[in-house]
Structures are given as C-alpha cells and as structure tokens.
Design a protein around this ligand. Structure first.
Ligand code: FES
Length: 152
C-alpha cells in the first residue's frame, strides 16, 4: 500500500499518498496541481522547479518528500495571485521579464529567497544568486531589470 503523509504547502496541510522518495516537484504539479514550479532538467541543474522550504530556495525535482515533512513549502502560487501579485511577481510583470517564461518561476523564487535573508541585496549579490538559474531565451537583461526593481 502506498504510504500517506501530510505536506505543508502555501500555508495549508495537504494529504498525499506517495513513496517517501518521490520528488517534491511531482507531488506539487501532479497531485496538488500547483504548476508554478516547472520541470526543466529534473537533475537539480536548471532551477525551473525552485520552491521555498522554510523560506530557503530548493530545487524540488531533487528533493524527496520525506525530507520536507514538517517544513513549510512555498510555491510561486504562495507569493501572490493573478489578481494580487506579490512584489517580486509584480516587478517581473512591470518589466515584462519573460520571453517563453519557463525559467521565471525559478528566477522569482530565487530572488524571493535572497530577499528573505538579505532584504537589500546589491546587484552583484543578485547576479551571484541567479547564476545557476538557466534561461534559454537569453532574457537576462529584462530579468535583471525586474530583479533590481523587486529589491528596490
Ligand atoms: Fe529541477 Fe531543473 S527541473 S533544477
């Protein structure tokens, strides 16, 4: 029988039935229908699947659910809504920081994680933080503009 457990996502407890080694990303997208986090590489290398675990950025494609039981998971959906976007989300809208948009979940969640521990980061700190988030369209200029607006 598949084990059952509870995950705390975006402020609510969700019961999920899955093996303990199931990647968190699969549960978020397939079971909880939270499609903010994206499946890019599945290897922890591109950043598209980034979520926050206790406010810290984590690559959910390589985090087994057994590691996050009892922790607070936040997805892109937890930062705001289409009606009321969060400040980082709003900055990306204002600066039109998307081309295909696939990487943006990771960009936004990574900047949010940076802000959680460094409320006033420098441009250098932002660049350092986003260094391992891949964007294949080459929208880096707009992403940086949005990031700078977000931390203002
Ligand atoms: Fe998780 Fe690429 S999909 S890091």
């Amino acid at each position: 029988k598949t084990p059952s457990t509870f995950l705390n996502v975006n402020g609510s407890a969700h019961q999920v039935q899955a093996e303990p080694d199931t990647p968190l990303l699969y549960i978020l997208r397939n079971d909880l229908e939270l499609n903010g986090p994206k499946f890019g590489c599945g290897l922890g290398e591109c950043g598209a699947c980034t979520v926050l675990v206790d406010g810290v950025a984590a690559r959910s494609c390589v985090v087994p659910i057994k590691n996050v039981i009892g922790h607070e998971i936040t997805t892109l959906e937890g930062l705001g809504s289409p009606e009321v976007p969060g400040p980082v989300q709003q900055a990306f809208i204002d600066k039109q920081g998307a081309q295909c948009g696939y990487c943006l979940n990771g960009m936004i969640m990574t900047i949010q994680a940076l802000l959680n521990r460094t409320p006033h980061p420098t441009e250098q700190q932002i660049r350092q933080e986003l260094k391992y988030n891949l964007c294949r369209c080459g929208t880096h200029m707009e992403i940086m503009e949005a990031a700078l607006l977000a931390v203002e």
